[in-house]
Design a protein around this ligand. Structure first.
Ligand code: ZN
Ligand code: ZN
Length: 442
């Protein structure tokens, strides 16, 4: 986890706030040394940061006042200055960050377009995160909202973050998620989750643990390049890694040694194949041939009978057709028409068997390199049935309508961002980020 960036925060009345550098360094050092607590100075007040079983706490020794604290790890592969992804769950009062090992898996599953990320085997009890228009975690039948937070990292820390003790602190946080949720779900007070013990002192590096969520890092792996794995965007390349020195085992597709030809590991299930063998399999269907784990892209429930048509205008033509874009005088215009006739809802719609009302929508893009790039992404999103869904119209409040699913479109040529029109300088960047949320990146 050489590239992970750790920081610490405590909960203020106004929300989570980062500790200053001195406090952060002290906390990291204590954590790395496996201490149960550490003295810090928080804005002039000397406090104790306690690595408590129920989660880290900042304690004022004079008043006894306790604040929640938390450790934030920006997932593997994130670098300062880049967007970092963190998944959080809502405990009924606050959004709580998942431990990094959960966050990384959730993000990988979401990226892969999977319907859910299942931790049941890992934690020995019903613990799943499901993705839909909204994401939910289910723990022993109790559902709570889940969200993804993307932040831009501040400049790199002066020293590399200490590696957390294996199986100790991190698995305690994982246990905390389960324990707190179990409590909220009304489980018996004595209910335990694997790898945790309610009465144990704060865990140090030598603490025994029956369940560790930490993934061993493999020095042998390297990311796959798009050249190695041109899959038309149907399988995300980050889900496969090349293996430099594979074990002397057979590829189950061709029964020849993995060492004979370039080999890859599927990152969600760790099964290994020859690159050319898995490419052939994925061309048939994007599932691991051994365990049938899905590696395909995310698709939505947009009605299948819709159409997307595109018309491009030169600036002169656009002016005559009254579709010239404000703030882009001189530029051509791409006009997208979406059209959905009325229909009947299918099994993956809110009211199967009920009619839904169709819609016609128009969207505008600047006919330049950026606009054409976004158009290509919007076409992919539409093909994957992600652009629209069936639900309640935000504007009319009516149910059973074909509605936008959350990829923003410019529906007016003018009027600025407030009118969903132009000019809007950050639109391209925003819509690309939204498309990426839906797994549409190419
Ligand atoms: Zn093979
Ligand atoms: Zn597999």
């Amino acid at each position: 986890m050489a590239t992970s960036v750790v920081h610490w925060e405590r909960r203020e009345d106004s929300g989570w706030q980062k500790y200053d550098d001195a406090a952060t360094a002290a906390i990291k050092a204590a954590e790395g040394a496996g201490q149960g607590s550490v003295q810090i100075v928080d804005r002039g007040t000397t406090c104790q940061l306690v690595f408590a079983q129920e989660g880290p706490k900042q304690v004022n020794p004079i008043t006894g006042y306790r604040r929640n604290a938390r450790r934030i790890v920006n997932p593997i592969g994130s670098n300062p200055g880049q967007a970092a992804v963190q998944w959080e769950w809502f405990d009924g009062n606050n959004w709580e960050a998942y431990p990094p090992e959960i966050s990384v898996r959730v993000e990988a599953a979401r990226e892969a377009g999977e319907a859910e990320c299942d931790f049941t085997t890992l934690y020995g009890q019903d613990f799943r995160i499901e993705f839909g228009v909204d994401a939910w975690q289910t723990i022993n039948g109790k559902q709570q909202p889940v969200r993804k937070v993307t932040t831009t990292l501040s400049p790199p820390p002066s020293a590399p973050a200490p590696t957390p003790p294996a199986g100790g602190f991190l698995s305690n946080i994982a246990g905390m998620v389960l324990r707190r949720s179990a409590r909220l779900a009304g489980l018996a007070p004595g209910a335990q989750v694997p790898g945790t013990s309610a009465n144990a002192p704060p865990a140090g590096p030598s603490s025994p643990s029956t369940s560790s969520a930490k993934e061993p890092e493999d020095e042998d792996e390297a990311p796959l390049s798009a050249v190695d794995f041109p899959m038309d965007g149907s399988v995300h390349p980050s889900l496969l890694r090349t293996i430099k020195n594979p074990d002397d085992e057979d590829c189950v597709v061709c029964y020849e040694s993995l060492r004979d030809k370039p080999a890859v590991r599927l990152m969600l299930c760790k099964h290994e194949y020859h690159l050319e063998c898995i490419k052939k399999c994925f061309a048939q269907k994007p599932k691991c041939p051994t365990c049938m784990r899905a590696y395909g892209v995310r698709t939505g429930n947009q009605p299948e009978n819709g159409t997307l048509t595109v018309k491009t205008y030169t600036y002169e033509q656009a002016k005559h057709a009254c579709v010239a874009l404000e703030g882009h005088e001189g530029s051509g215009v791409i006009v997208i028409n979406y059209s959905f006739p009325h229909g009947v809802q299918g099994p993956n719609h809110p009211n199967p068997g009920t009619h839904y009302s169709g819609t016609n929508r128009v969207a505008y893009l600047v006919d330049d390199a950026q606009g054409r790039e976004v158009l290509a992404l919007l076409r992919t999103a539409f093909k994957r049935r992600l652009t629209f869904t069936v639900g309640r119209s935000q504007t009319t409040g009516r149910d059973n309508q074909v509605v936008w699913s959350g990829i923003h479109h410019k529906t007016h040529p003018y009027g600025g961002a407030a009118q969903h029109g132009y000019p809007d300088e950050t639109y391209h960047a925003r819509v690309k980020a939204e498309l990426a949320e839906f797994g549409v990146t190419a």
